[in-house]
Design a protein around this ligand. Structure first.
Ligand SMILES: Cc1ncc(COP(=O)(O)O)c(C=O)c1O
Length: 513
């Protein structure tokens, strides 16, 4: 693995509000935190707030230009040939469903769709619904098939995948990385398997389409859709520093051109070409932008990517954020390589820390280079929900549940299908990983946060809103919470003030099953 420059994590943290609250944010595989710049950008955009493609005012034209430029940024980030291949959706789930809708009328009786047991439900349940509920009503029989993974290593069983793919496989769907096991899938190999299936596509080409669910891969890896030669790629911006509500479906242009629209309505039609007899559709990408879009969310999402690259390369300078400069591929690649390398360091540390805990089983590959920056585990005798709640008392934000990776939990024989997960992003420190793993160790040993720990954590949590007059509460190093607008911005490193967990004598272990 090439050696890349490292991230300036302390400087990166100063761009975020959460460290001042004493939060150890370790649920980043679900959603990441928004940097201050994005929060203020939202305020800056509001005075010029207008709808897009629907007004002659300067405000509408400015907003439209920003909105359209966001498509260019997103296309550049994944090295798509142009904005024409970008479909803005609500999230990865909607993007995967959009592919399902596009193919709904294209699948022929006897076809199949191949997915894997590593999938998030958003890349399995749509295919279940299509094959089991929708198509049978039209007398069309289409089968879905699920490739196994090795329970010990968490690696996708490529031989099994290759056995499942045949000349009736219209589509291969695969996650780029599992949100439970962390496993990265070998996409170039999967591409080859799909390419050589022999499926006769209507345009005369042979081979199965490939849909990659990039929700866990894109936030920490440079995904180049042309180099990977994917037909479809889905991902969500709320895992990439942006606020909730925006996701992307990248589609190969000729496929989007030929596809039926996902949603029908306004703005996706060719200007004026709607009559009682015939409707013509807009050019790409607007053919897939029916109705009023999430205008501000899309603009903020594109700026989140620009800021992500800035933070990774030099957190003290905005070279892309708030500017019109096109993203340079080499810089995106370097930025994502640094984020990936940081994630691997944290993951290694977490794996090592958790390995010291008795009766704890970590799922997925042992080698951090085979994983994204998350670690899911169970402790014998512990309900993971109780474990996550107990960790919260130590200030550690873990997540317990099936993580919507229900198939993989079942495949591992986990009953109920649940696990506890810690997941990291570019702003997490090694110290936080150590605190998280030592908190797991403390909880499992039956310890509770010591009064000193509880006091310190409480000190860093938000001051109560009641009784506030004006100004804002801010954390000042060495001074605790200060009230008043003049107190200056907190810096991100102060979580180090929270002491390590200590035994609280005589307290019983919580939540054993
Ligand atoms: C691999 C994977 N796919 C899909 C999703 C669904 O993403 P969203 O909730 O943004 O639709 C997630 C969410 O965690 C995920 O991890």
């Amino acid at each position: 693995m090439p050696d890349h420059g490292s991230l300036d994590v302390e400087a990166i943290r100063s761009h975020f509000a959460f460290p001042a609250r004493g939060r150890v944010v370790t649920n980043n595989a679900a959603s990441t935190q928004p940097p201050r710049e994005l929060v203020s950008l939202l305020g800056d955009l509001v005075p010029e707030y207008e709808n897009v493609h629907r007004g002659q005012s300067r405000a509408s034209r400015t907003t439209t230009a920003r909105f359209e430029a966001a498509y260019d940024t997103i296309a550049a980030f994944i090295h798509a040939p142009s904005r024409r291949g970008i479909v803005i959706c609500r999230n990865t789930t909607e993007a995967n469903n959009a592919v399902m809708h596009m193919l709904m009328t294209e699948l022929r009786d006897g076809d199949n769709v191949v997915a894997t047991l590593l999938e998030h439900n958003s890349n399995y349940v749509p295919w279940y619904g299509l094959c089991r509920e929708i198509l049978p009503r039209f007398g069309v029989r289409v089968e879905y098939r699920l490739a196994r993974f090795d329970p010990a290593s968490g690696e996708l069983d490529l031989d099994h995948l290759a056995q499942l793919v045949d000349a009736r496989t219209k589509l291969v769907c695969c996650t780029g990385a599992s949100n439970f096991l962390g496993t990265r899938t070998p996409l170039p190999v999967i591409r080859e398997v799909a390419r050589h299936s022999g499926y006769p596509q209507p345009d005369g080409s042979r081979g199965s389409f490939l849909l990659v669910d990039g929700a866990q891969l894109v936030p920490s890896t440079h995904v180049d859709v042309q180099a990977l030669d994917v037909d479809f790629l889905s991902f969500s911006f709320h895992k990439l520093l942006a606020p909730f509500g925006v996701g992307v479906l990248y589609g190969r242009e000729r496929l989007l051109e030929a596809a039926r629209p996902f949603l029908y309505g306004g703005d996706m039609i060719a200007e004026g070409r709607v009559t009682p007899e015939r409707v013509d559709y807009n050019a790409l990408p607007w053919k897939f932008a029916a109705g009023t879009p999430n205008v501000l969310g899309t603009i903020l999402s594109a700026q989140a990517i620009r800021l992500l690259v800035d933070l990774a390369l030099n957190p003290d300078r905005h070279r892309y954020f708030g500017r019109e400069r096109a993203l340079v591929q080499a810089e995106v690649r370097e930025a994502m390589a640094r984020i990936g390398a940081h994630g691997r360091r944290l993951t290694r540390r977490a794996l090592d820390g958790l390995a010291r805990i008795d009766r704890l089983r970590v799922y997925g590959p042992a080698d951090e280079r085979r994983r994204t920056a998350l670690v899911a585990f169970n402790v014998e005798g512990w309900n993971p929900m109780d474990l996550a709640e107990a960790l919260d008392a130590f200030g550690i934000e873990a997540r317990a549940g099936c993580h919507c990776a229900t198939l993989a939990h079942h495949a591992l024989g986990l009953t109920p299908p649940v696990s506890c997960r810690l997941s990291f992003y570019l702003y997490n420190t090694e110290d936080e990983v150590d605190r998280a793993t030592s908190a797991v160790a403390a909880v499992v040993r039956g310890l509770s946060p010591s009064p000193r720990w509880a006091r310190a954590t409480a000190r860093l949590r938000p001051a109560p809103a009641a009784g506030r007059s004006s100004g804002r509460w801010r954390w000042r190093r060495g001074r605790g919470w200060c009230h008043g607008a003049h107190e200056g911005q907190p810096h991100g490193g102060q979580v180090n003030h929270v002491p390590e967990p200590e035994p609280d004598d005589g307290r019983p272990a919580r939540g054993s099953v």
